[in-house]
Design a protein around this ligand. Sequence first.
Ligand code: MD6
Ligand code: FE
Length: 197
Amino acid sequence: MQYLPVYLDDAAQKVLVGEIRALVARAPLFTPTMPRWGRPFSVRMSNCGPLGWVSDKSGYRYQPTHPVTGEPWPPIPQSLLDLWDQTTGYALPPEACLINHYSPDARMGLHVDNDEEDFDAPILSVSLGDDARFRLGGRERKDPTRSYTLRSGDLFILDGEDRLAYHGIDKIYPGTSLLLKEPGRINLTMRRVTRAQ
Ligand code: MD6
Ligand code: FE
C-alpha cells in the first residue's frame, strides 16, 4: 500500500467537492443492499466512469448504468484522471470511480475489492470531509489489522500484495473537518475493471 497524507490541499479539495456535487446531481446517491438478504448499506453510493460498482440482492457487480435512473454514469473528471496518472503510474486509465458518502454513523465492514478482472491495477482512494478510522488487514479475514486515520485530502493506494487485502471503515469522527456543508465523509475509489484487450 501507499499512504499519501494531505496530498490535496484545501483549494484542491474544494474544487473536487464542487465536481462531486455536479456528479451526484446527475447520478444521485443510492442505497446499495447486501446480496441475498437485502440489508441496506449505511453508506450511500454513486459512480462516475464507463462502469460503476453496484450491489443488490443479486450480487456485487460493475455495470454501465445507474441502478435507479438507468442512465449511463457521468464521466470521471479530468482532475481525477490526472491524479490517477500522477500517483499510480498505471498505463491504463481507471474505468470506475466509486463515490461513497458516509453520514456520521455510517461504517463499512471489512471487505476485499475483488469484483474487478484486473488485480494488477491498484485502487486509488481519496478522502474528503470528516476523519475516518480505516483498518487494513491481510489476505485472510483473520489476519492482524492496522488502523490509520484518513483525513480530508489524504490518498491511500492498495497495490501489490495489499491489492486483495481486507479493509474497512470502523468509524467516522464527525466535526473534524469543515469542508462539507454537513458532518460526514466522502471517499472516492478509482478502479481499473477490465484487462487490456
Ligand atoms: C473508505 N475505502 O475509505 C473505504 N477500497 O471509505 C475502501 O474500501 C478502499 O480505501 C479499495 C482501496 C482503497 C480503499
Ligand atoms: Fe474497498
